[in-house]
Design a protein around this ligand. Structure first.
Ligand code: SF4
Length: 981
């Protein structure tokens, strides 16, 4: 009898011990970015332990035993036929893309890399570019680039959601994802916008279900209803790229009806700070008192020396600290004149003026959401924030010493992600959302948005990106990290003539605040030689010849393009991946990576921890099975190369290696005394937490404790952490922040105004090239505003009337190795989802083949009617479609023949009028460089019945790489521990 027909459960997660003949090891899942605790059940096979199954770890603080379809499917990742098993070198004489390789040893691999990289480093280090995908060890990869001496480094954030990170961090000091989130335990109204799923995946699912059971109201605003929206109480369809207009109208309504938190705005934001209205070099900046005694200097870039107008005394006071004193009543409205005759107004007055014309009727014409519904929505938000408000009996003391006997709750919570971010107007849209949350008083408040350590950061975070071209010197590390948060034109990564330092043009006048870099520009710019040609491009976990790029077909051609001498425009490409992805075919050298079950990993405070609202959490992975074949963790490869190349941080002055490998590096590397990659069990005896000397047994301590360290902060440090004296002191003491000054919310951004003044020629110092002046002056508005996505200006909207967007399905959300034998039983191909009204108007039947055309390209695919999408939008699942033969799929597999990739329709560049006439510029947000890949406009038409019933475009099938696991039969009949004998 088959077990699955038995009444006896296959596995009881609460059973006392392991099932007979299995052992259980705890580690951390990496089937998505959530990083739940898992238990891996192992059975001894011919070659050591094999994974029998994976379940959630009930002892883990994040998921408390919950596991999702992806997490349990990790078993199929481990035995994927697409696993690479040995280093590969492109066969001499073969063309890139043909996928013809010869296996080589690691020693030869290291020799090739060391020789090539040493030569680049000794001559012109910027000719080495390191770009990574969903790399969650950027503290190491970024350090490697910095030590190498190249500014050309970034992970995939510029392609993913940097607008969400930067828009929120430049406004409230924190963001969604693992940096913060909605406090659904105490909220009454939850508004989710532009979100399908989340980094905080299982915890979010648990929280939403509890929230709903407790009677909370859940509204989803999205062009389509998928993912979490499926269980929303109400779905409000909205046109893509118009969320900013909705937020502006909501602000209009909340301010018009006076549903705003006056006390919060006056004390905790820059709403009362006075902005200079007179023309000139101080125009639009905050008026300030130059006396250094009148407020702490902050980080030097944004001193707390601003002024407010005190209504009680009728005079100007220093915002910090006099304007905060009891008895003062800082004005947030009105116009005033300073003693020197300057005309000023509180920044909130300017915000009020800005939204005055943003009526619900105005927003209706842009968003498609009825004006009446917008008014009701504002009313619901105001009702939750103020009528359903309550207090928690948690006393706290603010940064100015005022004791608050309780903590004020504002039970309206928001959550947003790429739906807002992946548009060229995303930064200002996200700022508008952050300001909406701020006027409701929901920042780090019970029931609202809450930070997770080490957030909140300073506004602007005190991490400057590398910006000194003179410091790119042979055999010399950079004097700053390649990525950071510019606060002023002086901090841009540009040459004296204003041209970009970086290959991706990040931190240049084209995209000044590109905090995560611009991975989507690298290949195009390197091939154009703009601003220069590079020698070696190393990619890790980044499928940039397929779904991690825009304009996929063209990028694939570029990877193969040669110059007049017959040399490839990008002479050497190194790809590190665990699987034979589409990009592997374009590599000159392939480094076979390990899976998350085969290596050590760190999710720590120097990078992307998994903190909870009430305190910091970090975690690790430990190997639970042996690496397959000759696979090596990329971390180990970097440590090895760093030693061979003699990077100062990795070698002694005598040239000896400091670290034996990655685990040793994690324990012993300290960017500052007492600060390391992991915060648990520090100190020689493991008794210190957060800070302390390296502990040689730190890995063991993590292993014994479910691979996770959690610190519960006292209740008095749970809320209002932008201004909470106890928390601010603690955060500084633990080196999460350099200073302990309060973090006033930036409703008005003088940071943006600095750039605008430069563009307007009103400030001394750096100014943008003339061709970029208007662009900067327009988009660097210190107040949020909505503008149409930039692609619209380059598009005939009548010819291409539909928006087209993509998202990942729940079963593959954040699964970068998205081909998985179990999960492809759920999705083996994708459809274009279209509202029946739209599809029928185009004459396309449900299930029929159609053409989707943008002005940049076309794809042929199958259509599926769906009422769950607004009529002006079509959408599909991303990265289900694969190139033939990639991922070791059988020839003609559904993924290649029926699946398709929308990225073929998206351009990575838009037309632009440059100094020398028509040129192009990245199809990205003009502020942050976030890829505008949700901006594409399309039309649809039926495919001719005579045409092949297969998706278009198709590519020549990739052959199996030497050594690729390739045993699909084993997948079908897999059972851990099955002995051959
Ligand atoms: S939510 Fe993500 S990390 Fe958690 S079990 Fe699922 S795949 Fe793994």
């Amino acid at each position: 009898m088959f077990k699955f027909l038995s009444a006896e459960p296959l596995h009881d997660p609460l059973a006392a011990g392991p099932v007979a003949d299995t052992t259980v090891k705890c580690t951390t899942c990496y089937m998505c970015a959530c990083r739940c605790g898992i238990r891996v059940h192992l059975r001894e096979g011919d070659n050591g332990p094999e994974v029998r199954y994976i379940d959630g770890n009930p002892e883990h603080p994040l998921n408390k035993g919950v596991i999702c379809a992806k997490g349990s499917s990790g078993i199929m990742k481990q035995i994927s036929p697409a696993r690479l098993t040995q280093p590969l070198l492109r066969q001499s004489g073969s063309e890139r893309g043909a996928g013809e390789f010869e296996p080589i040893s690691w020693e030869r691999t290291y020799d090739i890399l060391t020789e090539r990289l040493a030569k680049i480093r000794a001559t012109d280090p910027k000719k080495f570019a390191l770009f990574t995908g969903r790399d969650q060890m950027q503290a190491l990869t970024g350090l490697f680039a910095r030590q190498f001496g190249t500014p050309n480094y970034a992970a995939h954030g510029g392609f993913c959601s940097v607008n969400m990170a930067a828009g929120m961090i430049y406004t409230v000091g924190g963001s969604f994802w693992e940096f913060g989130g909605p406090d659904l335990d105490r909220s009454r109204l939850f508004v989710m916008i532009g979100t399908a799923e989340d980094h905080h995946s299982n915890p979010m699912k648990v929280a939403i279900s509890k929230f709903k059971r407790d009677g909370g109201r859940f509204i989803s605003i999205n062009p389509m209803r998928t993912g979490y929206s499926a269980i929303a109480d109400e779905w409000i369809p909205i046109k893509p790229g118009t969320d900013g207009a909705l937020f502006m109208a909501l602000l209009h309504e909340l301010i018009r009806t006076d549903q705003i938190d006056h006390a919060f705005l006056k004390r905790f934001t820059n709403a009362p700070q006075l902005v200079v209205l007179d023309e000139g070099e101080r125009e639009g900046l905050f008026a300030f008192d130059p006396d250094p005694e009148k407020g702490p200097p902050g980080d030097g870039r944004h001193p707390h020396n601003k002024l407010v107008w005190d209504k009680t005394s009728g005079q100007v006071l220093n915002a910090y600290p006099e304007g905060i004193a009891d008895g003062c009543d800082p004005a947030i409205e009105g116009f005033y004149t300073l003693a020197d005759g300057s005309r000023v107004a509180p920044s909130f007055q300017l915000l009020r003026d800005r939204v005055a014309t943003c009526t619900p009727e105005w927003a209706e014409t842009i968003t498609g959401v009825k004006a009446e519904r917008i008014r009701q929505l504002a009313g619901e938000m105001g009702h939750a924030a103020f009528e359903q408000a309550f207090t928690l009996p948690i006393p706290w003391t603010d940064a100015w010493g005022k004791q608050h006997p309780h903590t004020q709750a504002r039970p309206v919570a928001f959550h947003a992600m790429r739906g807002l971010a992946a548009h060229s107007n995303g930064f200002q849209t996200v700022r508008a959302l952050a300001i909406l949350m701020s006027v409701l008083g929901t920042i780090d408040a019970p029931g609202g948005f809450r930070h997770k350590a080490p957030y909140p950061r300073h506004i602007v975070p005190n991490y400057r990106a590398f910006n000194d071209p003179g410091m790119i010197q042979p055999n010399t590390p950079l004097n700053a990290a390649p990525l950071g948060f510019p606060a002023h034109p002086d901090e841009l990564a540009i040459h004296p003539d204003g041209s970009p330092i970086r290959i991706d043009h990040a931190f240049s006048w084209e995209h000044p605040l590109s905090a995560h870099g611009m991975m989507h520009n690298v290949i195009t710019n390197a091939v154009k030689g703009d601003p220069y040609r590079i020698d070696t491009l190393m990619m890790f976990m980044a499928n940039m010849a397929w779904n991690s790029t825009m304009n996929t077909s063209a990028v694939r051609e570029m990877l193969n393009r040669k110059d007049d001498t017959g040399e490839y425009m990008i002479p050497f490409i190194v790809v590190c991946d665990a699987f034979q992805s589409e990009t592997v075919a374009f590599a000159d050298l392939v480094l076979p990576d390990t899976t998350y079950l085969e290596r050590h990993d760190v999710m720590g405070m120097l990078d992307r921890p998994i903190s909870e609202f009430d305190g910091p959490v970090d975690s690790v992975r430990v190997p639970v099975v042996k690496p397959l074949g000759e696979c090596k963790p990329f971390q180990e490869v970097l440590i090895e190369l760093a030693g061979r190349l003699k990077f100062p941080a990795f070698t002694t002055p005598e040239g000896a290696r400091k670290f034996t490998g990655y685990p040793d590096f994690v324990v012993n590397f300290q960017p500052a005394p007492g600060v390391g990659f992991l915060m648990g069990w520090r100190g020689k005896d493991g008794q210190s937490h957060l800070k302390g000397e390296p502990n040689p047994k730190q890995w063991e301590m993590y292993e014994k404790n479910n691979c996770v360290f959690q610190l519960h902060l006292p209740e008095t440090m749970h809320y209002m952490r932008n201004w909470n004296r106890e928390y601010l002191d603690f955060a500084k003491d633990k080196s999460w922040r350099q200073r302990n000054d309060p973090i006033q919310l930036a409703l008005y951004s003088d940071t943006l105004q600095f750039f605008r003044l430069a563009a307007q020629g009103k400030s001394s110092g750096r100014q943008p090239p003339d061709a970029l002046r208007e662009r900067i002056a327009t988009y660097f508005d210190p107040l949020p505003f909505w503008y149409a996505p930039l692609e619209e200006a380059a598009t005939d909207l009548k010819a291409y009337p539909l928006n087209a967007i993509t998202q990942r399905p729940m079963a593959m959300y954040h699964s970068w190795d998205s081909q998985n034998a179990w999960l492809r039983q759920i999705h083996s191909h994708n459809y274009l989802h279209v509202n029946p009204v739209t599809a029928q108007a185009a004459g396309i039947l449900d299930g029929g083949w159609c053409w989707v055309e943008s002005q940049w390209g076309k794809v042929r695919c199958m259509i599926r009617y769906s009422e769950a999408v607004e009529p002006g939008t079509v959408w599909t699942w991303n990265a289900i479609g694969k190139a033939d033969g990639a991922w070791q799929l059988a020839p003609g597999a559904d993924e290649a023949r029926k699946g398709f990739l929308l990225n073929h329709l998206i351009t990575e560049e838009l037309p632009f009028k440059g100094a020398k006439g028509a040129t192009t510029i990245s199809n990205s947000d003009p502020i942050t460089g976030q890829a505008g890949w949700y901006d594409v406009r399309v039309r649809i038409r039926p495919a001719d019945p005579e045409e092949p019933q297969a998706s278009f475009p198709q590519f020549a099938s990739m052959p199996a790489a030497p050594g690729v696991l390739g045993k699909a039969v084993q997948v079908m009949a897999y059972f851990a521990g099955r002995k051959k004998s």
